[in-house]
Design a protein around this ligand. Structure first.
Ligand SMILES: [Fe+2]
Length: 300
C-alpha cells in the first residue's frame, strides 16, 4: 500500500512562496500529488487553475498543504471545479449550511463525543453514486485531525481495471450496476436511513461498471457500497460480481493511505477513485473535517 513519506512533506506555511511558484510533487506510484506553496484560499488565475486541473487529471488526488480556509473561501475554491452539491445526509448539517458538511466527533463544548460522525463512510464507496449525476470531486479539509488513526484510504479504480484479466474486462465492459441510496443506507453499519427527499429525488440508477472517464477516456471499475445489483442479472449473481470487483479494487497495490496533517485540503476524482474512512479513538481525540462536493455529469 502506498503511503506518503512524511519526511518529504513541506514543514509549514511560514515561508510560503509566491503563488506562481507552487510545486506539484507526486506522492507515489498509485495516485496523488502534494501541492506545496499555494494559498488555495485566494482567487486563482486561469493559468494557475489549469495547471492544478491538469495535475488533478493526472494524479487523481491532490493534497494542498498548510491551508487556512474559512467556510466562505472553501466554497469559493470549490466553485472553481463546478457546481456544489448540497448535503442531505441527516445529522451532518450545522446551522442550516448545506454547501459544506462539517463532520466532527466534538460535542458543543469541544469534548470528544465517543461517536464517529459518519460510520457509513467506513465502507468503500465513490461519492453520491446513487445520483444520476454523481459527484465529480470531493474536497475534504482537515480542521482538526487525530494524532493516531482517522486516515482515509483511496483505491485507484483505473489501475484496478487495467490490471483485470482480459476476459474479465470483456465481461464487465457492457454491464451496468444499479446504485441505490435506499440499499446503501439500509446496509450502512446502523447509520441513518435515506430521507424521503433522497428517495423521491434519487431512485435507483444504472451506471457503467467499467466507467469511462469523460476527460481521459480511460475505464475504471465503478461500484462501491452504493451499488445494489447488476442490471439484468439475478440479485445473487450480481452481488457476487460486485463483491468480487470490490475485493479486487481493495488490494494494497491499488491503495493509497492518506495520513492527515492539520490544514490539509485533499481533493479527489470520484469518477475513478474509491475511498473509505478508517477508525480513530473518538473518546480521546477530536477529528473535524469540512467537506464540499462537486457535481459531475451523467455516466452514460
Ligand atoms: Fe465519501
Amino acid at each position: 500500500m502506498q503511503q506518503l513519506n512524511q519526511a518529504t512533506a513541506s514543514p509549514h506555511a511560514a515561508a510560503r512562496p509566491k503563488a506562481s511558484d507552487f510545486i506539484i510533487r507526486p506522492v507515489g506510484p498509485v495516485m496523488g500529488a502534494e501541492v506545496i506553496g499555494l494559498d488555495a484560499s485566494q482567487p486563482l488565475s486561469q493559468d494557475m487553475f489549469k495547471r492544478i486541473e491538469d495535475a488533478f487529471l493526472e494524479y487523481k488526488l491532490l493534497c494542498f498543504r498548510d491551508q487556512e480556509f474559512t467556510l466562505d473561501t472553501l466554497v469559493s475554491f470549490t466553485e472553481n471545479w463546478g457546481p456544489l452539491l448540497e448535503h442531505t445526509m441527516p445529522g451532518q448539517l450545522r446551522d442550516g449550511i448545506t454547501a459544506i458538511n462539517i463532520a466532527t466527533n466534538a460535542t458543543a463544548d469541544g469534548k470528544p463525543s465517543g461517536k464517529h460522525p459518519d460510520v457509513t463512510a467506513m465502507r468503500w464507496h465513490t461519492d453520491r453514486s446513487w445520483r444520476a449525476r454523481p459527484a465529480m470531486a470531493t474536497l475534504l479539509y482537515g480542521v482538526q485531525v487525530p494524532s493516531v488513526g482517522g486516515d482515509t484510504l483511496f483505491a485507484n479504480g483505473t489501475l484496478a481495471y487495467d490490471s483485470l484479466p482480459e476476459d474479465k474486462k470483456r465481461l464487465i465492459d457492457p454491464l451496468n450496476a444499479i446504485h441505490s441510496v435506499d440499499y446503501s443506507r439500509k446496509t450502512g453499519y446502523g447509520g441513518p436511513a435515506a430521507t424521503e427527499y433522497e428517495l423521491r429525488e434519487h431512485p435507483p440508477v444504472p451506471h457503467p461498471l467499467a466507467r469511462k472517464h469523460p476527460a481521459t477516456g480511460r475505464r475504471s471499475i465503478y461500484c462501491g457500497c452504493h451499488a445494489w445489483k447488476i442490471e439484468g442479472w439475478s440479485k445473487a449473481n450480481g452481488r457476487k460480481l460486485l463483491d468480487e470487483m470490490m475485493d479486487w479494487v481493495k488490494q494494497d497495490r491499488f491503495v493509497y493511505r492518506h495520513k492527515w496533517r492539520k490544514h490539509d485540503l485533499v481533493i479527489w476524482d470520484n469518477r475513478c477513485l474509491f475511498h473509505a474512512a478508517t477508525p480513530y479513538d473518538t473518546t480521546k481525540e477530536i477529528r473535524t473535517m469540512w467537506r464540499t462536493v462537486v457535481e459531475g455529469g451523467p455516466t452514460h
